[in-house]
Design a protein around this ligand. Structure first.
Ligand code: GAP
Length: 462
């Protein structure tokens, strides 16, 4: 059984530093001091995120006959969130400290260092003076239109706190316009916003984040079974992107800790360097969501089964994953420092991100051995042009080739192609028009014909 309290702050520090240094993640607004709880993804982070979202979409929507996609608005009507219960109840308990003027999530104070005396937790120093907890609504509220009137409910909108609500609200439209039949799912990837009291653990708890959610509509008799099936399917997904099952923990949320309408909830947790924490929830939400919107809108959302002639309100199973949390898990899982010993016994540390090739931001580095050799450069550029329409590649002709390999190891590029003198035929006819292909993880090298490179790579990076 894994130790839930085990943390490795030094490893986390190295990961955060690498992410900034190599262009994965920056703090939003850093030039002006930073916007707390918001993050920008740099060139490599954006590629990584795109790979994750594209693969999730492919496996969840395109390769299934029973799931369709949608892309809902972020600005959300007040009525939607009143019906869903977010306006009345989407809050965390908050306390203030009258001494340091800090605000803290009441249920987290024991694990938060006191800003004035970090050796103590919040409330643990004799000087701390905490107020009674009070509820703080986590939604960002805004006004729509030029003549926004405070008292006009139609002028008030919210940044959505989850992508799920637009799916429930459009469920009937999707049903009527897509020829889907129960059971079927609607999937969505998009931004959500929560005014978290204490954003923490890097991107893990942010105020702006992306979710990848599926609302799977089913017959009431099938909800429990489908919850277990979705759990299994989501665990397979994590394995396919390079997060092994041994690092995942399934929390079967006990009675009394689940949302009141949920009959079953599994949290899929990952061993982050800051502790075992939730990546995704798989929840059986019964007919709660369609029920509240049916009532709120005064429109029937019932389903009529043509075959059985049965009419019922569908139940919902919801696998809801955090995109940013999965990105963080991918980076934490991939990060490695390998000690290498050279022929003279000298030790060196190689930093390497061992991303699975389908997630890697750059699939292949392309290196002419000598920058000044026109023929090598010409062939390298030609290979670049051939591969570019299919995958993200990186051309690098600067410095010793060993150093170029290391730069790519550090950002997780699984393959390196070197165009050398053998490529030009100087090592004999049989090696002409072949390149050196280097594997990131083993550092082993092999020779491959240029003509077969694209097919060889496509088989490994998709
Ligand atoms: N529709 C259900 C729902 O939103 P949730 O457990 O509140 O459920 C689902 O959120 C997932 O969204 C979480 O498992 C997590 O991965 C991600 N998530 C939630 N709040 C987050 C935050 N403040 N920062 C980053 N990701 C978050």
């Amino acid at each position: 059984m894994a130790d839930k309290t085990h943390t490795d702050p030094q490893r986390m520090e190295k990961i955060v530093s690498l992410c900034k240094r190599r262009g994965f993640i920056y703090q939003a607004g850093e030039l002006y001091g930073g916007l707390n709880g918001c993050w920008d993804y740099g060139p490599l982070g954006a590629e990584l995120k795109r790979n994750l979202k594209d693969f999730w979409w492919r496996r969840t929507v395109q390769e299934r006959d029973d799931v369709v996609g949608m892309d809902g608005a972020i600005l959300t009507m007040q009525q939607v969130l009143t019906s869903s219960g977010h306006i009345g109840g989407f809050s965390d308990p908050m306390v203030d400290c009258k001494t340091c003027k800090g605000r803290f999530r009441a249920d987290n104070v024991a694990s938060m260092p006191c800003p004035e005396k970090p050796s103590c937790s919040v409330g643990g120093s004799p000087k701390c003076e905490l107020t009674e907890p009070r509820e703080f609504n986590l939604m960002f509220k805004t006004k729509m239109g030029a003549s926004a009137d405070e008292s006009d409910p139609n002028a008030t909108a919210y940044l959505r706190p989850e992508t799920a609500q637009s799916i429930f609200v459009q469920y009937k439209n999707v049903l009527d316009s897509s020829r889907v039949k129960i059971p079927f799912g609607i999937a969505q990837i998009g931004k959500s916003f929560r005014n978290e009291i204490n954003p923490r653990n890097y991107t893990f708890r942010s105020r702006e984040f992306e979710q990848m959610e599926i609302e799977y509509f089913c017959h009431p008799n099938d909800g429990m079974r489908l919850t277990d099936e979705w759990l299994e399917s989501r665990l397979c997904f994590y394995e396919e992107i390079g997060i092994p099952r041994t690092k995942l923990h399934i929390l079967d949320v006990p009675d009394g800790e689940r949302a009141f309408y949920s009959k079953k909830t599994y949290d899929i947790e990952y061993e982050f360097p800051f502790g075992i924490q939730e990546l995704e929830g798989v929840a059986y939400r019964t007919d709660y969501d369609l029920g509240v919107h049916q009532k709120g809108a005064g429109r029937s959302l019932e389903y009529f089964d043509e075959e059985t002639k049965e009419k019922y309100l569908p139940h919902v199973v919801e696998p809801s994953a955090g995109c940013d949390r999965t990105i963080l898990a991918l980076i934490c899982e991939a990060f490695d420092e390998e000690v290498l010993t050279d022929d003279k016994g000298k030790e060196d540390v190689r930093t390497v991100l061992r991303f699975t090739p389908r997630m890697a931001p750059i699939k292949v580095g392309i290196f002419p051995l000598l920058k000044k050799n026109e023929e090598q450069v010409r062939i390298a550029k030609e290979i670049q042009r051939t591969l570019q329409p299919w995958m993200n590649v990186f051309y690098d002709d600067g410095g010793a080739v060993g150093r170029r390999y290391r730069r790519q190891d550090e950002v997780g590029t699984p393959f390196g192609i070197t165009i050398d003198f053998e490529t030009l035929g100087e090592g004999g006819e049989e090696l002409k028009n072949t390149v050196t292909l280097r594997h990131r993880d083993s550092m082993e090298q092999e020779r491959l014909p240029i003509a077969g490179l694209l097919a060889w790579l496509l088989e490994r990076v998709r």
